[in-house]
Design a protein around this ligand. Structure first.
Ligand code: C2O
Ligand code: CU
Length: 474
């Protein structure tokens, strides 16, 4: 019995029922189920270690990490009353959902952070099927590191599972990276670590899959399973591989791709991949999900235990996911051109950077700023650009630093037009793109969602130390 099979699966907002488990007198008239953010504890480190005090989301009495799975069908409503029982203000962002601006949870841009003891009603429709997640969007470098993240699964309206060539089952794999001390507590005295922020960010020492270190996952020989893999780490880029399981990629950041074989899969923070695997039929009883922690020494972070009857082959071709049909195609004939220049970090100076006023590098670091977009650190004062509703924006993103960045646009998905590096992602539709040192990526999207939208690096240590801005669709 794996911990996965005990995972609670919530079938759509309607099935969440009332909020009777909670007594929140100030919201007694609410019809929305409660999503509570509160301290909790979780057994993150292997057996024999103490449990870890975390901050967690709860739809039932007990908070868990990752947060409870929210599952619905495309076009359905998600409705929760966030109740904040944390010692800090918070807000929930529904990552990758092309949402109405007021529901985006992007504090302080789209709402004020919710103070301790208070609440906020989130109520929106999720238009596009796919694998998403929700997470804190206030002091996120700290709050996500403490555990405030969970999976949000939007099922297709059209059937796919069990159709010919498709998977017969799916597994959601929430990957996370924790910086734990000897007693398995979260290291708390390094939230302002500028050394980490000016490098690759806050790296953990414990990787969990669905909140468990090194879980075992059951699979039958020949069984075709759809993995919905989500990187919820604050900063860790996760190169992954699934040897002996014939992995084929079918979606990125929720959006379908033509099924393609993959040897390795690099998931930056916030990125998702849907991958189909086939249980090995060569008589071996295990296969691993491997991660490269950065030194190309692949380590197993979860183990598939292959057992039971051998299932009939589903064939070598994998059935593509149904197309979204909801995303406007960019019109590249005369797009609005924008540039996103990433500068800063260790080993490369930032030139002429503005933070509130123009400051030299020394002064910037005193404010905790070590990164800039287009010469501005933490550009929250005014929009980076404005686009008229319905206009195609073509954006050239250039990384002039020594580190990778995971650039995320709120409220939109974009098409990758070109990438100067080796990997070929042309044509992929994403909400978060990983850009290597000295690499340029060009993307395009239709600015069809009105409002104020954040654009930031999803390495949350980088976001916090300057890689933050917003654009406006009017
Ligand atoms: Cu996943 Cu600005 O967020
Ligand atoms: Cu970054």
């Amino acid at each position: 019995m794996t911990s996965l099979s005990r995972r609670s699966v919530l079938k759509g907002a309607a099935a969440l029922g009332g909020t009777s488990l909670f007594s929140a007198p100030s919201f007694a008239d609410s019809s929305l189920p409660v999503l509570r953010a509160a301290p909790a504890s979780a057994q993150l480190a292997p057996d024999g270690y103490p449990s870890t005090p975390v901050w967690a989301y709860a739809t039932e009495a007990k908070g868990r990490v990752p947060g409870p799975e929210i599952r619905l069908t495309a076009g359905e409503r998600v409705g929760y009353r966030l109740v904040n029982d944390l010692p800090q203000p918070t807000a929930v962002h529904w990552h990758g959902i092309r949402i109405e601006n007021a529901m985006d949870g992007a504090a302080p841009l789209t709402q004020a952070p919710v103070p301790p003891g208070e609440g906020f009603d989130y109520d929106f429709v999720a238009p596009d099927p796919g694998t998403y997640w929700y997470h804190s969007h206030n002091r996120s470098a700290e709050q996500v590191a403490r555990g405030l993240a969970g999976p949000l699964i939007v099922e297709d309206r059209e059937p796919w599972l069990r159709e010919s060539g498709a998977a017969t089952r799916e597994l959601v794999l929430v990957l996370d990276d924790w910086l734990l001390d000897r007693d398995a507590g979260i290291v708390e005295d390094r939230w302002d670590d500028l050394h980490a922020a000016s490098h690759g960010g806050r790296m953990g020492n414990t990787v969990t899959v669905n909140g468990v270190a090194y879980p075992e996952l059951d699979i039958q020989p020949g069984e075709r399973v759809r993995l919905r893999i989500i990187n919820t780490a604050t900063d860790r880029i996760m190169p992954l591989s699934l040897p002996h399981l014939s992995p084929r990629l079918i979606a990125l950041d929720g959006h379908p791709v033509a099924p393609r074989e993959i040897e390795t899969l690099v998931l930056g923070p916030a990125q998702r991949a849907d991958v189909v695997i086939d249980g090995r039929i060569d008589g071996e009883t295990t296969a691993g999900l491997l991660l490269d922690p950065g030194n190309e020494e692949w380590v197993e972070i979860a183990e598939f235990v292959v057992s039971g009857d051998t299932l009939a082959s589903r064939g070598s071709d994998v059935r593509p996911l149904p197309a979204w049909g909801t995303l406007a195609a960019p019109d590249l004939s005369s797009p609005q051109r924008e540039v996103l220049l990433m500068e800063g970090g260790a080993m490369r100076a930032m030139l002429e950077t503005t933070y509130r006023e123009s400051l030299g590098f020394q002064d910037l670091t005193k404010h905790g700023m070590v990164w800039a977009f287009n010469g501005i650190a933490d550009g929250m004062d005014k929009p980076m650009f404005q686009a008229a509703l319905g206009r195609t924006v073509r954006m050239e993103m250039t990384n002039r630093s020594m580190f990778l960045h995971a650039i995320h646009l709120h409220g939109h998905h974009f098409t990758v037009l070109s990438q100067s590096g080796a990997a070929n992602m042309e044509g992929d539709v994403r909400d978060t793109v990983l850009i290597g040192a000295d690499e340029t990526v060009e993307v395009a999207f239709v600015a069809d969602n009105p409002g104020q939208w954040m654009i930031h690096c999803h390495m949350l240590s980088h976001q916090k130390s300057g890689m933050m801005a917003w654009f406006e669709v009017v």
